[in-house]
Design a protein. Sequence first.
Length: 314
Amino acid sequence: MMRLIPGLLLAASSWVSCTSGPGTAEHSRVTPQPTAGTDLIALAVIGEPEPFRVRVETALLNSPHCKIVSVADRTALLRELEFAQSGFVGPESANQLKYLIGPEKLLVVQEKGVARTIRMVDKETGLVEAALLSGDGPAGDSHAALVKSLYKLVEGRAVIRALKKLQPGANQITVRIESEQRRFRVGEPFRFSIHSSRSGFLTLFDIQPDGTFLPFVPNKFGLSNRIEAGTPYVFPNNGLTVTVAPPTGVDTVFAVVTANPLQLPADGLVLEDQHMVYEPGRGADAARGFQVGMSVLPAGDWGVARMEITTEPR
């Protein structure tokens, strides 16, 4: 996660009602609308003890973003996964895991005494994309807290999947994100730049490891979303600082540049830890609406780039 200092409370709340820079007020805006339906993520829940595994699996049965895949020999799979991540085998051998099972993602659960962990592992890479630890929700006794945290985690993967489908087409605006490093520890400052082949308007947001959909810009309280061709847009700017904060795991940052400014859905934005974020259940709708809205723009009027960074404990 990336945290703005000072917080982005006012800035993020204006994300859906930003005004463009001087002389651009006459440009039309695109207002994507959520669409029904979604591609379900194939997910297998493995680990021990069995009662906790079943509890997690049951909590996800009604999730609108995933389907549960049965694995015949979960114990053997868990041992193979642990061996693949042990460092005793090379990347090619570790990646053979993807040929052994049907799911795209694995939820690896563990309970020892009062300590509980839930890790989401990508089948093809073997990387741990997110982890829910004791005190993060699922460790509590509340079934409602467990369901909420798990739904949010899976929804984040659905958001990323929807946004990865963005295809600008021919003559697109070329966008790239540059950062001096891709791995950070909690508390470290974070800074990156966005480059565009054409002048336009930037929409920048982060999908955090726990599934939180966090918008950054546009912003009329200090962070302009105007980006100029050939001139790096440095984030953060205007005296703000970004520091890395929990949750740890893999963040996915998206940068979209459009010829005209965007207005995205305000429904579902809530205050969380001094930031405006999409509440659980609304992030995927916003992402799919964004995807559909972008698909109707003229070819060449927009471009997109994404960057993954890994955040680690202090």
